[in-house]
Design a protein around this ligand. Structure first.
Ligand code: AMP
Length: 368
């Protein structure tokens, strides 16, 4: 079974086609950026789908979506009108993700009506988080009737890390998975199951994100609204001009921020320091939640490629059993154990493979 895995953003479309009869061997991959932007080659996600289908040697047998927010619908499910309607209801809290997925699901259905589609929600891996870490301190009816609670995201990536750690370090039962990329989250994994995660109702919370706020004091909203901004302005700024971009004023890309910091830009340095502080905050909290840490894992664009950042995160953690090997820590982009041989906790770089998880789940759903 060839599964086309679609990974979408508001202006991007990344895909891989994996042969699930050959252990997920990659048959094709591609990516399109700036969709619908001024001067862009493609106006809609549907245009991109036309190009992909023209270029593939044969249509896929199934399509798996790394879907983001289905509210009460989680796990991996066949896409139908009910799934699409529910994603629409939650589009207001996943505005960068749910609309392009809905558009792509409709476009694929029109272009390949007989090819089944499966949505693998990013919230699924976190369904095992206990209620005490899901609830917010809000009026109970918001929790119950509006579904305002912590869901958690990056589920495919954290699930991949949990699965891979079992293969390469089976003795590690308490794992802290740091997915640090364009968007970032940290998950505490006990015996392969998520027990705590840093993102919440929306993927905007937790760590600083590339241009989204991260953890924030809700009561600041009052002050912002009093300045004459509308709720829409405030939300748009929090979602597009916040995070690493907001603090640094340089870029939403860590590579640019790093360069600026090296050239002496104080706000760029501050953005990196604040990002590191956020990571250390959650790592500490999750050591307590797990009662220790057998393996600390770095993944995604920043986690896999930035030795200095990993070193800053691990600095002074010898008391907690974490000792980084400075030479091994210079590894970039490949799987490696980067702790010293006598470190009580193992520290790893594990490149994530979210598409493989989505393709596996898609196959399971269609064969069940
Ligand atoms: P992702 O969302 O996993 O694609 O990660 C994107 C982030 O990773 C951006 O902030 C990039 O700056 C960062 N990143 C990607 N590749 C590298 C690299 N080779 N070196 C440093 N940072 C990188």
């Amino acid at each position: 079974m060839n599964v086309l895995v679609a990974n979408l953003g508001s202006t991007s479309f990344k895909f891989k086609v994996l042969d699930m009869d050959k252990n997920g061997e990659q048959i094709a991959r591609g990516g399109y950026e700036r969709i619908g932007q001024p001067g862009a080659e493609y106006a809609t996600h549907g245009d991109v789908i036309d190009v992909i289908l023209r270029e593939l040697p044969k249509p896929p047998d199934a399509i798996g979506f790394k879907a983001v927010h289905g509210g009460p619908i989680s796990g991996a499910v066949k896409v139908d009108d009910h799934v699409i309607d529910t994603m629409q209801q939650f589009a207001d809290i996943a505005p960068a993700h749910n609309p392009p997925y809905i558009a792509a699901m409709k476009a694929f259905a029109q272009k390949l009506p007989s090819v089944p589609q499966v949505a693998c929600f990013e919230t699924a891996f976190h369904q095992t988080i206990p209620m005490s870490r899901q609830v917010y301190g809000v009026p109970w009816e918001w929790t119950e009737k509006l579904g305002i609670r912590r869901y958690g995201f990056h589920g495919a990536s954290h699930r991949f890390i949990a699965t891979r750690v079992k293969e390469i370090a089976p003795e590690a039962r308490k794992v802290i998975s740091c997915h640090l990329g364009g968007s970032s989250s940290i998950t505490a994994i006990q015996d392969g199951r998520s027990i705590a995660t840093s993102m919440g109702l929306t993927p905007q919370t937790g760590l600083l994100q590339n241009n989204r706020t991260g953890d924030f004091d809700t009561f600041a909203l009052l002050k912002l609204l009093k300045q004459g901004m509308t709720a829409g302005d405030v939300l748009s700024k929090l979602g597009k001009e916040g995070g690493l971009l907001g603090i640094s004023g340089v870029s939403n890309d860590m590579r640019d921020i790093d360069k600026a910091a090296a050239a002496g830009n104080e706000r760029a340095k501050l953005a990196i320091d604040a990002f590191v502080e956020g990571i250390r905050h959650y790592v500490g909290a999750y050591m307590v939640a797990l009662g220790g840490c057998d393996a600390l894992v770095f993944t995604a664009g920043i986690g896999e490629n930035q030795p200095a950042l990993r070193q800053a995160v691990c600095r002074g953690l010898e008391f907690a059993g974490i000792k980084l090997d400075e030479t091994k820590n210079n590894t970039r982009g490949t799987e490696a154990r980067i702790s010293t041989d006598d470190s009580k906790s193992q520290v790893w770089i594990i490149p994530t493979n979210e598409e493989l998880i989505v393709a596996r789940q898609t196959k399971e759903v269609l064969e069940s």
